[in-house]
Ligand binder design. Structure first.
Ligand SMILES: [Zn+2]
Length: 527
C-alpha cells in the first residue's frame, strides 16, 4: 500500500513471523480443463501483448502448456477456408474463438495474498484468475516466505487454482534483531536468496543499509521493489534506489522528493504525525504540487536518469483512487457480491486499519488529490513515451479496492494517464513479465511461450470495463440494458478455467461468510 501500507505490511510481517498463519491455504483441488496434448483456439482475434495491433482470425495451437503455432487463417468478413488451418491431432481439444479476443495472461505486479482482511487464499486467487491474472508478484510475502513459496510450488504444479507467484520478501523479515548495519543487511540478503525468495520488497532504511542491500541483491541476481515510505524519503529517494540497483518503485512516494527544487523535505504541517493516517494521506495529496513542474529542467533530468537505468515504474494508481473520489470507491457495484465482510469491515473509517483514513475527508482533500493525480499521471505517461517501462499493479485489499476488480481499474487509470489501450495491455503483460525477468516464458502470445492467455467475447481495447467480472453495460436492440463481457476463459499453463465459475466460487465464499456473521453491507456511519 501507500504510506500507511508500510506500517500495515510491517505489522503483517511481525504477526506472520511469529508463526501465526492468518490466511487459510488454498484448497488442493485440481480445477479447470487440461492441459491437452494439443489444443487449438480457432478463429480468434489476437492481441499479442507486444504492442502489435489486433489481427484475426487466427488459430493458436498449444501443445500441453506451450504455444507451438499461430496461424492467420483468413480475412474479416469472409468465411475461413478450412484447408489452410492447422489440423487437430487425435485427442486434441478445439476451442471456438469466433467473435472472441485472445490476450496474454495479465501480470499483477503488486499482489498481496490476503491478510486478516481477506483470510482465504482461495478467495484472493480466484478473484485474480477470474480477471485474467495469471502471474502475481507478492510484494512482502506477508503470509511468511515459506507459506508463499509453498503456494508458489503448488501453483507451478497446478495443484491449486492460482496465478504463478513471485515472492519478494519484505526486507528484514524473519531477522531476530533489527538490521542496523550494512553487514547485517548483506547477510540477510544472502539468507533471503538461500531461503528461495525471488526478490525483496523494501520500505526504505538508512542510506548505507539500503545501498548495501540493493547492491548485494542485484549482485546475487535477484530483483527488488520499494515503497519509499515517508519516514526515510528525506534521505533516500527513488533516484538513489535506482542507482543502487532497485528493479521497480511501487506507488509514487520518493519520486516527488527526488524532484524538489525549492525545498528538501515535504512541506509537513507542524502538527503532523505520521501515525495519523489522515495526516499521511491528506498531506500526500499535496506532494506532487511541491515537486518540479512537468517538463521543467529538474523533471526532465530525473526522468532521463531513471530511463538510462532501465528502471520500472509500478504506479498502482487504483489503490489511491478513493482519495480523489471516496463516494465512487465505497459504492463500487461489486462490493455487494464479491467483497468479504472482513474486507468491508477493514475498509471502514478507522484510526487503526491501514488505509482507512476517512476521519474527515471531503471536497478539499479530493480536489487536492485530483491535482496530485494529474501531475503524477503526466510523469508516468511521459516516462512511457520516452521508452520507459511502466507496469500494472493493484495493491488490492485496502482502501475499498477489491482483488481483481482493482486490477482492471488500474488498466483504466493507465488509459486515463494517456496510454493507448494497446500500451495498457502491453504494460499489463509483456512489461510485467520483463520486470519480473520472465519475458522468455510469459507476457506475450508468441510461439515458444507458456500458454497463459485470456479470452473474452468483447473487444477490451474499445472499453477496458468489459474485463470487470461484473461486465460492462450496453443497451441491446430491444432497448434493454444488459451486461456484456467479463473474462470468459483464463488459460494458465494450457489449462482452461471458466472465469465465471471462478467468480461463482468467490461469491459462495462471500455468501457463507456473510451468513456466519449475519452481515449486511452498510455505508460508513449508517447503523
Ligand atoms: Zn503493498
Amino acid at each position: 500500500m501507500k504510506k500507511l501500507p508500510a506500517l500495515a505490511c510491517f505489522i503483517l510481517v511481525m504477526i506472520n513471523s511469529s508463526g501465526q498463519g492468518r490466511v487459510k491455504d488454498a484448497p488442493l483441488i485440481k480445477e479447470g480443463e487440461g492441459p491437452f496434448p494439443q489444443m487449438i483456439i480457432r478463429g480468434v482475434m489476437l492481441i499479442n501483448g507486444t504492442g502489435a495491433p489486433p489481427t484475426g482470425p487466427v488459430d493458436v495451437v498449444v501443445k500441453q502448456n506451450r504455444i507451438t503455432n499461430i496461424v492467420n487463417v483468413g480475412y474479416p468478413g469472409v468465411p475461413i477456408n478450412d484447408t489452410s488451418r492447422p489440423k487437430l491431432d487425435a485427442g486434441g481439444k478445439e476451442v471456438d474463438g469466433k467473435g472472441m479476443y485472445l490476450l496474454p495472461g495479465f501480470v499483477d505486479m503488486h499482489g498481496h495474498i490476503g491478510g486478516g482482511q481477506a483470510p482465504f487464499a482461495e478467495y484472493v486467487f480466484k478473484l485474480w484468475m477470474a480477471h485474467g491474472i495469471t502471474t502475481i508478484r507478492d510484494p512482502s510475502a506477508g503470509n511468511g516466505l515459506k507459506w508463499v513459496l509453498d503456494h508458489k510450488k503448488l501453483s507451478e504444479k497446478n495443484e491449486i487454482t492460482a496465478p504463478r507467484i513471485k515472492a519478494y520478501t519484505s526486507f528484514g523479515q524473519g531477522s531476530k534483531e533489527p538490521i542496523s548495519t550494512p553487514e547485517m543487511a548483506i547477510k540477510w540478503v544472502n539468507d533471503n536468496k538461500n531461503n528461495g525468495a525471488d526478490g525483496i520488497k523494501f520500505f526504505g532504511a538508512a542510506p548505507d543499509i539500503m545501498d548495501a542491500a540493493l547492491r548485494e541483491n542485484k549482485r546475487l541476481g535477484l530483483r527488488s521493489c520499494c515503497h519509499h515510505a515517508q519516514m526515510d524519503v528525506a534521505r533516500w529517494n527513488v533516484v538513489k534506489s535506482a542507482e543502487a540497483g532497485l528493479t521497480s518503485m511501487e506507488h509514487w512516494y520518493g519520486l516527488p522528493e527526488a524532484l524538489f527544487t525549492n525545498q528538501t523535505i515535504q512541506d509537513f504541517p507542524l502538527d503532523y504525525n505520521y501515525s495519523n493516517e489522515q495526516h499521511r494521506f491528506e498531506n500526500a495529496g499535496t506532494l506532487w504540487k511541491q515537486a518540479a513542474p512537468p517538463y521543467s529542467e529538474k523533471w526532465n533530468e530525473v526522468m532521463n536518469r531513471l530511463l538510462a537505468i532501465d528502471f520500472t515504474l509500478d504506479p498502482t494508481f487504483n489503490i489511491y483512487e478513493a482519495s480523489r473520489d471516496l463516494h465512487r470507491a465505497r459504492r463500487l457495484e461489486w462490493h455487494e457480491a464479491y467483497t468479504l465482510p472482513q474486507l468491508w469491515a477493514f475498509y471502514q473509517p478507522n484510526r487503526i486499519s491501514h488505509g482507512s483514513y476517512w476521519f474527515n475527508w471531503g471536497t478539499e482533500q479530493e480536489v487536492a488529490w485530483r491535482e496530485n493525480y494529474r501531475l503524477w499521471m503526466t510523469f508516468v505517461n511521459e516516462y512511457k513515451n520516452r521508452g520507459g517501462r511502466v507496469t500494472a499493479g493493484s495493491d488490492n485489499g485496502f482502501i475499498f479496492q477489491t482483488y481483481g476488480f482493482g486490477y482492471i481499474r488500474e488498466l483504466e487509470l493507465l488509459r486515463e494517464a494517456g496510454f493507448h489501450p494497446l500500451e495498457v495491455i502491453r504494460s499489463a503483460t509483456l512489461f510485467g513479465a520483463q520486470a519480473l525477468g520472465m519475458e522468455k516464458e510469459i507476457g506475450s502470445i508468441e510461439v515458444g511461450k507458456l500458454a497463459d492467455m485470456v479470452m473474452i467475447d468483447q473487444n477490451p481495447l474499445e472499453n477496458l470495463q468489459v474485463l470487470y467480472g461484473t461486465g460492462a453495460i450496453r443497451v441491446d436492440e430491444n432497448n434493454k440494458a444488459v451486461r456484456v463481457g467479463g473474462v470468459k476463459y483464463t488459460i494458465k499453463d494450457g489449462i482452461i478455467y471458466d472465469a465465471k465459475k471462478l467468480l461463482g466460487d468467490v461469491k459462495k465464499i462471500v455468501d457463507e461468510e456473510k451468513q456466519k456473521a449475519g452481515f449486511v453491507l452498510k455505508q460508513p456511519g449508517d447503523n
